[in-house]
Ligand binder design. Sequence first.
Ligand code: 26V
Length: 827
Amino acid sequence: IKDLVSPYLSSDYKHLQKNIAYHLEYTLPQTTRNLNLFGTYLATSYTVRDRLLQLSHDTQKYYTEKKVKTACYISIEYLMGRFLQNAVLNLNLEEEYGEALAGLGYGLEDIYDQEQDPALGNGGLGRLAACFLDTLATHNYPAWGYGLRYNYGLFKQSVDVEGDQVEKTDVWLQFPYPFMIENHFIRIPIGFYGSIETYVDQKTKGTRFKWHPSEYVIAQANDILIPGYGTDNTNTLRLWSCRPIQELDFKKFSLGDFKGASEKRLNAENITNVLYPNDNEMAGKELRFKQQYFLVAATLQDIIRRLKEQKRTIYELPDFAAVQLNDTHPTLAIPELLRVLLDEEMLTWDEAWDITQRTFSYTNHTILPEALERWPVKLISHLLPRHMQLIEAINWKFLENFSENNKESGKLRKKLSLIENSRDTLVRMAWLAIVGSHKVNGVSDIHTNILKDKVFKDFHKIYPKKFINVTNGVTPRRWLHACNPKLSELITATLNSNEWIYDLTHLSKLREHADNEEFQLKWAAIKLFNKKKLQKYVKRELKIDIGYKDVVYDIQIKRIHEYKRQLMNIIGSISYYSDLLKMDPKKRKEMPKRVSFIAGKAAPGYFVAKKIIKLINCVSKVINTDPEIGDVFKVIYLPNYSVTLAELLIPATDVSEHISTPGTEASGTSNMKFVLNGGLILGTLDGANLEIMKNSGEENVFAFGITKEKVDQVKQNNIEKGAYNLMDEKMKNAINLIENGTFGNIENYQGLIEELKGVDRYILGHDFAPYMEAMDRVMQTYQKPQKWWKMSILGCAGSGWLSSDRTIKEYAENIWEIKPCPLPKIE
Ligand code: 26V
């Protein structure tokens, strides 16, 4: 049969054209006689999908034959970005598709531009998952991604005339999304609510339990195929969507329970309707909890089904799949697996617990206390009674075991207990994830140290070997090769090979060119080209005219959050503006020019973050329209930040800001992307900034501020003396401008100002002067092109280590114990 289909997939451009025409005529409600851009994009995408389907079938067959161990990454978010360009590049068909489409009268870029950007994630955590999938396929690791197919992704953001964020529903499925394939054969019933039956096991005479859910929904599989760069291996990202129970093929399941199951509530409510838009703050909504259980219950059934299809026993599960919990959101997988092993597979507790621990590992992505998930026992008992019972059993056994080996006080037991007795009784999900996993990891050196020494200190004492660091990384395919084709070409030409695309350590060879004037000029010319592209975008979308030659493009792009200190950035801009106004006009005109860009969404319920956006927009309006300032300084807020927008911004950046309070940003990953694209970093001693300094050289980063060890002391001082009394004069002056109404009604900003003057939790006041001084260094250095471009090149040359390929190798070797399994090349 393969002989029947493979000629269809030949890749010369004439053939591709025929394939595109075929889909236009027979897949779409369209014909080749009335071509349009969107239709051609769809048809093109279907031809890519055809190729991926075939590769994916070959891949799955090969993995099964080889009986390889697989990594299963469970994440409630995936921030994939557009698919088509990435797939075409990974399949190495860019030239062929370019020619094929040119023949039809279209440019490849315009076709790419038709695609929506699936925003099934909030920020760093979801984007990291997407980078990991690219690496896993590229390096031929047997792996699955599991997640949710939300009907509505992260809201679309715009800004109204008052400068406020406006949210609109992201209806991304209103048009077909050609890269997601509904798999009709994979439909899995998921239960909720109900009761627990207790009975005596005839064989062992022991007590057994069985959960009888009272309501069911179906998890429907939707597959996105993930191509690797320059390999045939093609993995699967399986996203579950929720369907009503009536659509289940009842014959396939043994049905006792479903018959009586009520169809009332859960059928009316679609569990996978919408992505929760808060990052870093636990909302505590019942529907969110259902999403979490729905994800893990479907995923585990799917994994166990695949295990059994291979005629392997449940005891082999830990050798069949390594399951990674991306933050605590999928932690219910632990009691769910335990339930399946105990109640359905009839294992003993010791057997079941051993399998569970060997199967799971957990990654922590944040230490902000408000983000650490804790769910009410009441809610869990109601929704998942058997799981609550199991969590209590896990807790009891863990505490007993621990007390046996350790005659510690009740105080410590309280701290270690998976169940917290505060005003409400709550399950600490991170504690459950730690106890149920064999490895727990942080995402940068500093972050892991904080986990060990502070957040999970007591657990670290009990299980010192369980805690390891795996510093994040980013895929160089999307974040250099695809988004910055000119730089990619220059690097390939300079290194005389494109090996760096899958082994980024090769970039170190750029070091020998860092001082070379000719090379520097080429490097700088590419930056200028990318800046021009951004300048055009700003003109088209925002109707603002900015320069790009001899202008520093300074950017801060990330979710808006107090700890990320966008507020310090904008107060810095106010202060700089005020200094400029005080200058002699002649001198002002000669000042080095800068455009300060900020982009990022605020969680709709995060009042303070929304006020920060408003302030940025109001400041921007005043500065950009002040004739005294002209083109010396501009502040630009770019609405609706997305992966696609990042792909435009990052290559165009001269300097990017990563200025979180030390100890708060677990890692950061955009910092890595900027360095990769020759952008310099203005940053604090936090997260991955520190490791970038180590690898690219301290002298190539504009670092400022205190170490995390000193933060507590500063905070304490703020509390004792009042932050305002300790505040830098220039910052006081800037705040004064806000208060006197220069940027609109002060009432809007009262909350922001009060916090800064009072406690200033994120110590903006303390760090303001060094921040301004560092920005000054940036501007001074930019006036010395040879120095600047040398820093830029050396930064990039040291970034080989920041590839997610390195990250995944560490996960594979130190946590998952999986090996690459490349498909044999077919001649
Ligand atoms: C947390 C929560 C808390 C409960 C409510 C909903 C919700 C949604 C998302 C999150 C995840 C926030 C954590 C996160 O995105 N952390 C980021 O992870 C990046 C990848 O490791 C890392 O680079 C960033 O520093 C870190 O902020």
